[in-house]
Design a protein. Structure first.
Length: 95
């Protein structure tokens, strides 16, 4: 079983939904997930500076940085939404 390392924000103020989705997706696809929650602003900023990235989550499989949630989906051969694509349907419209 391959291991994926996921670095994601998990603070008292913010639980990153994309980090949670990434961990769940990898587990459903059969990966062993080594979850690395970043629990403070200092820890988050230090990680971003060290890895030269602007966002979290960041996923690593083997020696390769895959990236965030969308990049993980792409790596797994799954569809990825384009920036112009509508990914939701409004339930109620207020006029």
């Amino acid at each position: 079983m391959e291991t994926a390392h996921v670095y994601r924000m998990k603070t008292a103020e913010h639980l990153c939904p994309f980090g949670m989705k990434t961990v769940d997706l990898l587990k459903r696809k059969g990966y062993e997930v080594d979850d690395h929650p970043l629990t403070s602003r200092d820890e988050i900023d230090a990680f971003k500076a060290q890895e030269k990235v602007d966002t979290t989550p960041q996923t690593y499989i083997g020696d390769k940085r895959i990236g965030g949630y969308e990049e993980v989906r792409e790596h797994l051969g799954m569809s990825v939404s384009s920036a112009k694509e509508v990914t939701y349907r409004p339930v109620v419209a207020i006029l």
